[in-house]
Design a protein around this ligand. Structure first.
Ligand code: ADE
Length: 231
C-alpha cells in the first residue's frame, strides 16, 4: 500500500512512521509512506500557504495554488484517491477503512487553519474524511488515525491475521473483555471459564460478553437505540 501525505508539519509524522507496527510495515516494504511539506509548492519568499478569507470574518484560509501544485505533481498519471481530512467529511468507521484499503494508492491532504479554499475540493479532492464530530487544529492527527487503521488491513502488518479478524467492529460488535496475569488483581479474579481450558466454552463466553457490551454501550451497532449509555 502506498500513502502520500501533504502537510505543513511533516515532522509530526517522523516518530509515527518509525514506531511499532507502522515502522515495521514500512521497513518490511508492506507500506510505503511518503510525507511532503506543502510549502514546497509555494512560490513566495515567505512560503505562504494561507490568506485572509474573502467576505471577512476571523481566521485564515489555506490557499488553493500550493495544494493544486502538490496534488498534481504527486499524483501525475497515477491512479490515486485524494482524501482531504476535515470535520466536514464522511465519518471514518470500519466500513470506510475497509473500502479505502481496497482502492489502491492514497494521497492524504492535511488541512489547517479555518479551512481550505473550496476550489481545492472542487478540483482535486475525491473524498473528505472526518474522524469524528469535533474540531482539531489540523488534519495531521486524523491522517495518522486513518493510516494506522488502514495499515492493519494490509496482510502481514498485524502478526496474527486472527487478531485483525477479531478486532472490534469486524462483525459489527465491540470487543469482549481481555485478561492476563496475574490471575487476581486487587481481589478481582479472572472469569473461571477463561482458565478452564474448554475452548468452545471460552468462545461462547466471549461472543456473549461482546454482544452484551455492544447492546449496552452501542445499541446503534445492533440496529437498535435502546441500550443504557453506561460507557
Ligand atoms: N481536521 C480538523 N478536525 C478534524 C476532524 N474531526 N476530522 C478530520 N480532520 C479534521
Amino acid at each position: 500500500m502506498r500513502i502520500d501525505v501533504v502537510t505543513i508539519f511533516p515532522e509530526l509524522f517522523e516518530p509515527f512512521a518509525a514506531t511499532s507496527l507502522i515502522g515495521r510495515a514500512i521497513e518490511g516494504g508492506l507500506l510505503r509512506l511518503d510525507v511532503h511539506d506543502l510549502r514546497r509548492w509555494t512560490t513566495d519568499r515567505h512560503r505562504t500557504v494561507d490568506d485572509e478569507p474573502f467576505g471577512g470574518g476571523g481566521g485564515m484560509v489555506m490557499s488553493a495554488p500550493p495544494w493544486l501544485g502538490a496534488v498534481r505533481e504527486l499524483c501525475g498519471d497515477r491512479q490515486v484517491t485524494r482524501i482531504l481530512l476535515s470535520p466536514q467529511g464522511r465519518r471514518l468507521d470500519d466500513r470506510l477503512v475497509r473500502e479505502l484499503a481496497q482502492v489502491g494508492d492514497l494521497l492524504l491532504m492535511c488541512g489547517r487553519y479555518e479551512g481550505v479554499d473550496e476550489r481545492v475540493r472542487e478540483l482535486v479532492v475525491d473524498l473528505e474524511v472526518s474522524i469524528g464530530d469535533y474540531v482539531l487544529s489540523g488534519g495531521e492527527v486524523p491522517a495518522m488515525a486513518l493510516i494506522e487503521a488502514l495499515s492493519r488491513q494490509v496482510p502481514g502488518v498485524v502478526g496474527l491475521a486472527d487478531s485483525v479478524e477479531r478486532d472490534s467492529f469486524r462483525d459489527g460488535r465491540l470487543d469482549f473483555p481481555h485478561y492476563t496475569r496475574p490471575r487476581v488483581v486487587e481481589g478481582l479474579e479472572v472469569p473461571e471459564v477463561l482458565v478452564s481450558g474448554d475452548h468452545a466454552a471460552i468462545e461462547r463466553w466471549r461472543q456473549k460478553r461482546a454482544l452484551e457490551r455492544t447492546a449496552r454501550r452501542r445499541p446503534d451497532l445492533l440496529g437498535s437505540d435502546d441500550g443504557e449509555a453506561d460507557r
